[in-house]
Design a protein around this ligand. Structure first.
Ligand code: NDP
Length: 248
């Protein structure tokens, strides 16, 4: 197992699904965790208890990552509580799917604001800490839909494609300071986000996947732990698909 001993990880969207799995797996690997959530305080506190019971430090923070000033204050508080940040995982995300003709301006902008601006805000407020340490790991959660597009989810696909462009730019800018920035592009993963799909849709989608099933949040968490670890020090600007072979 990769070690994250003595590391501090900030994980956005850590109250549920993929973010929860990443936070717990990073804690299992020895990291202390700052858990960010938007609304689900109860669920975030449950994740916190799980991590504290493992013997790691964990604190929850409520923050809308799409708000530039709120996320600045968030990083300030985390730095006060943990003194440093070693790993930043930008996982918080939303979907508001609709075909183009019925997609509103508001729905387009909101998805871009949370998924893409939220990722930028967190990086913007954290990167100086990494630069000063000459070390740091940034892991951004995109989606295979950001690579191949989405019929009925132009806002989501655009936000996730934006995350890839943002991440490669950050990787280039921060490489000289020993900071890596990578992307994980999940395929279909069993979480609240995909629970809304009908059983028949799930079956149709699963048939298209070479490994013939949806992934688990833990599959993404395992990739995140690798990208956060010392062993990934020569990997940057990469888009790691974790999708059961769906997009080859
Ligand atoms: P969930 O819907 O299960 O969880 C979303 C998380 O994001 C929650 O913790 C939520 O907090 C948090 N969040 C939402 N909006 C904000 C905000 N404005 N500020 C801070 N936190 C916020 O999603 P998943 O776990 O399925 O997805 C996690 C990431 O993985 C997303 O970026 C998603 O796009 C991506 N992804 C998921 C796939 C899948 O199949 N599930 C496939 C490809 C990519 P709260 O609980 O408080 O509301």
């Amino acid at each position: 197992m990769f070690s994250l001993k003595n590391k501090v990880a900030v994980v956005t969207g850590a109250s549920r699904g993929i973010g929860q799995a990443i936070a717990i797996k990073m804690a299992e690997s020895g990291a202390d965790i700052a858990l960010i959530y938007a609304k689900n305080e109860k669920k975030a506190n449950k994740v916190k208890s799980t991590i504290i019971n493992m013997g790691q430090k964990a604190i929850t923070y409520q923050c809308d990552v799409s708000d530039f000033d709120e996320s600045k204050m968030l990083i300030y508080k985390i730095m006060q509580d943990f003194q440093t940040i070693d790993i930043l995982v930008n996982n918080a995300g939303i979907v508001k799917d609709n075909l183009l003709f019925s997609m509103t301006n508001e729905d387009f902008n909101e998805v871009i604001k949370v998924n893409l601006n939220g990722t930028f805000n967190m990086i913007h407020h954290t990167y100086l800490n990494f630069v000063k340490k000459k070390n740091g790991r940034i892991i951004n959660i995109s989606s295979i839909l950001g690579v191949c597009g989405s019929k009925g989810g132009a806002n989501y696909a655009a936000s996730k494609a934006g995350i890839i462009g943002l991440s490669k730019s950050v990787a280039k800018e921060l490489a000289a300071f020993g900071v890596t920035c990578n992307v994980i592009a999940p395929g279909y993963i069993r979480t609240d986000m995909t629970n809304g799909l009908s059983d028949s849709s799930k079956e149709i989608f699963a048939k298209e996947i070479p490994l013939k099933k949806f992934g688990d949040a833990d599959d993404i968490a395992a990739a995140a732990v690798f990208l956060a670890s010392e062993e990934s020090k020569y990997v940057t600007g990469e888009v790691l698909k974790v999708d059961g072979g769906l997009l080859m």
